[in-house]
Design a protein around this ligand. Structure first.
Ligand SMILES: C[S@@+](CC[C@H](N)C(=O)[O-])C[C@H]1O[C@@H](n2cnc3c(N)ncnc32)[C@H](O)[C@@H]1O
Ligand SMILES: Nc1nc2[nH]cc(C(=O)O)c2c(=O)[nH]1
Ligand code: SF4
Ligand SMILES: [Mg+2]
Length: 215
């Protein structure tokens, strides 16, 4: 029996988020997530999916001839075979990123992977799941993300930024508005007013394609 993963979709699009936003990227979306963030835009990946071998996933990715590959979900790290998938994608020469909730241990991932660790804010209703031990693992190749639902979430994110010295520890700190839950321009204004060392983000794929699955 070969190594398998449960997969919701594999698609080629423009990266909508993170430090590679705007660059053509293959997405591998793994099925299943132990969290239930109130804003989740990927709830269609909680169930269903297809069990596939690593070989078949690698072969499909190669068909797009990408430079960038993003492993997302669902929660990728909830499936043990996410780790060999990440390693094999790196071995194949792609620049690999991993989107993770930060609720599971990130320490087993290949060092070549840029881990995008979402620190869940109180407004997500899943902040009790944050695994703060992950912060010690972060390197300059990694990214930390806050999805902000309100001014209270913003203030919370600033307190974590300072408490854990995140701007020094990670290569990027990303502040993104929760889609339609906080004014994007208000969030931008708060960041400028506070002179924060963070990168403001909008989800480009929602502006371009209104959140269609597979984009
Ligand atoms: C769908 S999750 C999959 C990976 C992982 N489960 C996680 O939460 O990071 C990918 C990213 O989309 C973000 N996201 C989900 N719903 C969103 C929304 N409504 N607005 C903004 N970002 C959202 C998540 O916070 C996360 O950073
Ligand atoms: N275009 C595009 N960029 C993305 N970046 C992260 C995504 C995700 O769902 O994790 C995503 C997505 O679903 N689509
Ligand atoms: S952890 Fe990620 S996939 Fe899971 S519910 Fe939250 S945003 Fe959605
Ligand atoms: Mg998405």
């Amino acid at each position: 029996m070969q190594d398998t993963l449960r997969i919701t979709e594999v698609f080629y699009s423009l990266q909508g988020e993170t430090r590679t936003a705007g660059l053509p990227t293959v997405f591998v979306r793994l099925t299943g997530c132990p969290l239930r963030c109130q804003y989740c835009d990927s709830a269609y990946a909680f169930t269903g999916g297809t069990v596939r071998t690593l070989d078949s996933i690698l072969e499909q990715v190669a068909g797009f001839k990408p430079r960038y590959v993003c492993v997302t979900g669902g929660e990728p790290l909830a499936q043990p075979n996410a780790l060999p998938l990440l390693q094999r994608l790196c071995d194949a020469g792609y620049e690999v990123s991993l989107e993770t909730s930060g609720a599971l241990d990130i320490s087993g991932t290949d060092v070549r992977v840029s881990r995008v660790v979402d620190l869940k804010t109180p407004g997500s209703e899943e902040s009790h799941r944050n695994r703060y031990e992950n912060i010690e693992q972060l390197t300059r190749n990694d990214q930390v993300k806050f999805v902000i639902c309100s001014r209270e979430d913003y203030d919370w994110a600033v307190s974590k930024l300072i408490q854990y010295n995140l701007a020094e520890r990670a290569g990027e700190v990303l502040f993104s508005p929760s889609h339609h839950q906080v004014s994007a321009s208000d969030l931008a204004d708060w960041i400028v007013a506070d002179n924060l060392p963070v990168r403001f983000q909008l989800q480009l794929h929602k502006l371009l394609w209104n959140d269609e699955p597979g984009r």
